[in-house]
Design a protein around this ligand. Sequence first.
Ligand SMILES: Nc1ncnc2c1ncn2[C@@H]1O[C@H](COP(=O)(O)OP(=O)(O)OP(=O)(O)O)[C@@H](O)[C@H]1O
Ligand SMILES: [Mg+2]
Length: 342
Amino acid sequence: MSGSEAAVGRAAASNGSSGEPLLSVRGLKTYFEVGAKRVLKAVDGVDLDVHRGEVVGIVGESGCGKSMTCWSILRMIDRPGRIVGGSIRFEEEELVTKSETEMARLRGSRIAMVFQNPMTSLNPAFTVRRQMLDMIATHDRVSEREATDRAIELLASVGLPDVKRLLNDYAHQLSGGMRQRVLIAMALSCNPSLLIADEPTTALDVTVQSQILELLEQIQQQRGLSILIVSHDIGVIAWLCHKVAVMYAGRVVEAGPVTAVTQSPAHPYTQALLASIPTPDTRGRPLSAIEGQPPDLSRLPKGCAFAPRCPVATERSWKAPPDLTVVAPGHTVRCVLYEGTP
Ligand SMILES: Nc1ncnc2c1ncn2[C@@H]1O[C@H](COP(=O)(O)OP(=O)(O)OP(=O)(O)O)[C@@H](O)[C@H]1O
Ligand SMILES: [Mg+2]
């Protein structure tokens, strides 16, 4: 199934975007001081909304700020990095100004996370039981017995077999896919309203990847969970998400419903990303990867950051960053080609 065919299915099942967003990020800036006078703009004015029950994807090449956007939302940016501007509203609360204690309480309970490498996210020295129970105990005062029952239920709900035996296993005894399922079960243990998943399938074999994506879709539908998922693979995003934000050089260059963005991509960068997905016709032929490299985020060009690689850049592209243009309802783009269009 092609990315765009899948997108049609997902969009049809979309819960819509009405009402207050669960998560609303505005003008988020996360900078790293990397030298005496050098600032690396990892996240440079990102806007992002996730509504209840919605799956939103962030896609883009390596180094474009996808992970830093997620870590900023979780307020897990370490020095020399710092959130220098913008707002992160979650369930009507501002996260940027929250104390570390308040954030620690929120992480893992109302917002849960799943990361790329399921091996390093699990502690090799403890059994699955110990880690599940510790996770449950961090946020809920329940007896060991109740916590074990909950752990069994959660592990079974993410499709793991023989759960009682699995509780006594260590991470190295499990396959990559099983480890990621355990981590997803742990993430769900406190009934979060938002799950942030940063490349949750990248470290897995292709067949296991699709099983984990199917699990995420199933969990989302059963629990009405909201998911913010990062991938460098627009095909994965098209399959799973209702909406997508395409990032380039720390900025969202295009955003909108997945069907609109994948079927009528406006930004030349999105068009190039889509052209790089293998289809039945192009399989076996060399990938039309985008020529050139993303820019150094500490030396961004004055104008559009994609201009040096863009086949349709104009003189205007080099002058100042493009304004945000609405090309269709809910579909926005930052490209000079659309500026001034209604
Ligand atoms: N500790 C750090 N110090 C300086 N720069 C950093 C640090 N951590 C990340 N960066 C920079 O921030 C930018 C954005 O990185 P980020 O990890 O968000 O990219 P990404 O889109 O997630 O890429 P990938 O697909 O490879 O995971 C990169 O240029 C990276 O070099
Ligand atoms: Mg990343």
